[in-house]
Design a protein around this ligand. Structure first.
Ligand code: CU
Length: 77
């Protein structure tokens, strides 16, 4: 079995374009489905999103995944 050392990282994003509470769930669920993502917490009102992931996950990957879900704009905070 391959063992890779991973480091837990917290990335804070700002997501624009959420228009209802189900956007929050859709984004959280999709984030958690990304390999290496441990947790994703979206604040619907402010758009502030905290993603806990290992060092194999990049900001660009998160941005791409989230923006593919709908009319969202993801920025690094
Ligand atoms: Cu929505």
């Amino acid at each position: 079995m391959k063992t890779t050392k991973t480091i837990a990282i917290k990335t804070t994003l700002t997501i624009k374009g959420m228009h209802c509470i189900s956007c929050k769930s859709v984004i959280e669920d999709a984030c958690k489905d990304i390999a290496g993502v441990k947790a994703c917490m979206v604040d619907f009102k402010s758009g502030k999103t905290v993603v806990e992931h290992d060092n194999n996950v990049t900001f660009d990957q998160l941005k791409k995944e989230i923006e593919s879900l709908g009319q969202y704009e993801v920025k690094k905070q």
